[in-house]
Each structure stands twice: as structure tokens, then as C-alpha cells.
Design a protein around this ligand. Sequence first.
Ligand code: NAP
Length: 280
Amino acid sequence: MTVTATRLGGTEPAARVRAEVSELAARVRADGRPPRLTIGTATDDDASAWYVRSIATAAGKAGIDCDIVDLGPAATAAEIRGRLAQLSADPSVTGLMMQTPLPAGVALADVAAAIDPAKDVDGANPLSLGRLAVGLPAFAPATAAAVVALLDHHGVELSGRHAVVVGRSTVVGKPLAHLLLDRDATVTVCHSRTSDLAAVTSTADVLVAAVGRTHLIGPAHVRPGAVVVDVGTNPTEDGGLAGDVDPAVGGVAGGLTPVPGGVGPVTTALLLRNVVRASS
Ligand code: NAP
């Protein structure tokens, strides 16, 4: 296969944001408002535990205190809400997020409503999502914001272009659709009930896959020259990560984000930027 796609990597933009975060963190700390991120978890999912540890490590390097409050996989919605409300009221906690997956039957939007919107650094409170939808200032979910930041870093034009987002979750697909609309893209959102997915995705100038199905998007889904962003992080048998986009798409697309090393590092950097912004 001849690779035509430019690699739209996330390492460099993430490093830039992290440098900004370190500087801001030092400033707010000197002003007597030490930034502190608290992450709630209620799962025994290994991939989630790995992700949370990686956020904590990145936070430490940026001068942000980070602690993990594990409520266990059997936690009820009421227990999670109660703990989040308690942490929201704690003045030493400046940023608060609830990691997914949650126990069966518990919806993120339901429990995240207990997160103070001023500390809602991953934009999970329905109030934050509503404000985002109507164009009011709010913390956007870091993954959705990372997609736009990555495209901006690589100079991908959005205004007037057709962006197709595959996935309509409240953490990625839906907020991303709003962010892309705010950038004057014409936006189509696809999901598991979309009939003839390839017919829709192959009309995209910018195609974003946020599905969670390894290599779902193949060359037949992509218009030659289109920019493709792969949000998927699917664990592989050998302990690695695979995206939602088949690497063969690199022979058709004009630009393609790698997995790992694409959206992921930018997401963590933007999350930490939200934490220092919430402290200032
Ligand atoms: P999710 O809540 O499971 O949502 C998946 C979405 O994909 C749903 O809207 C679903 O449609 C749609 N879908 C499922 N199968 C489909 C199919 N065959 N064709 C078209 N659409 C289909 O997942 P998520 O939390 O949004 O995460 C998506 C992926 O991004 C996962 O791999 C996750 O690990 C990754 N992720 C990465 C980062 C990062 O920083 N890189 C952060 C968060 C998530 P329905 O709504 O109809 O069910």
C-alpha cells in the first residue's frame, strides 16, 4: 500500500499545551491557589485504570496535584452523586471529573450533574454541555476539544467544509458536533442506526471516527484526499491500542491521525489546561 496521508500527530501540539499548562500552574500556585484535580472512578476496567494513572502522571509533571477517589465497581448512582457533591464543595479541589465506564445502569450525565460546573474540567455536567450547545462559555469535554485543537494545529480548514462525525456519545460525538458547528463546518453525525455508513462518510471533507470498534472505518468509507481523525482507543490482545480507522485508509486519505499518538495526548493536555484555568 502506498501511503498518501499526511500523519497528523498529537505529540507536538500536546507538548505545546503542556508547556503552557506548566507555566499557568506555577502562576496560580504562586498566587495561593494550588491546582488540584480529583478523578472519581467506579470500575475495575484495566484500560480505564491505565488512562487515569496516565492523567495523574501528566498532572504531576505539570505541577498539578492529582488524586483518585475510587468508589468501586458496585457503587450506586446515589453514592457517586453524593461523593461528587462532597468533592465539589471541597475548596481544595479545583478540578473534578468522573471517569467512565461507570457501573451498569449508571449514566454519566446523571451523576455528573453533581459536579460544580466551575470545576467540571471534562465538561460532563449537563449544564456544561447545554451551555456549549448554545454557545455560552463552558468547559468542553477534553476529547471533543482535542479533535478541533489537533485539526487547528495541522492547519485543517473547517469553515464551509463537510465534517462527518461517526459516534453520538455525550462525551465525544455530540459535543464535537457543536464545536465543529461553531467553527462553521457543515456537520453530519452518524451512529449505529445509520443506514449505509460508507455512503455518508465518503462525502466528508473531514471524517471523525469516535466509535470504539477496531478498524470499522476502511478505505471504502473515505473520499480520496479527506482528512480523517481517529478517536478510537481499542485495547488489542498484545496490550496495545488500535484505532477505529483501518491503517489502509492511509492509502486514500489526505491526512490521518495515528493511534496511539494522535487525539489521546492532546486530550490529556487540554484536560490539564482546564484544571489550571479552573484554578485561576
Ligand atoms: P460510546 O459511548 O460507546 O459511543 C460509541 C458511538 O459509536 C455510539 O454513538 C454508537 O451508536 C456508535 N456506533 C457503534 N457502532 C457503530 C457502527 N457500527 N457504526 C456507526 N456507529 C456506531 O463511545 P465513546 O465514549 O464515544 O468513545 C468512542 C471511542 O473513543 C472509544 O474507542 C473510546 O475508547 C475512545 N475515546 C478516546 C479518547 C481519547 O482521548 N483518545 C477519549 C474518550 C474516548 P449508538 O449511539 O447508536 O449506540
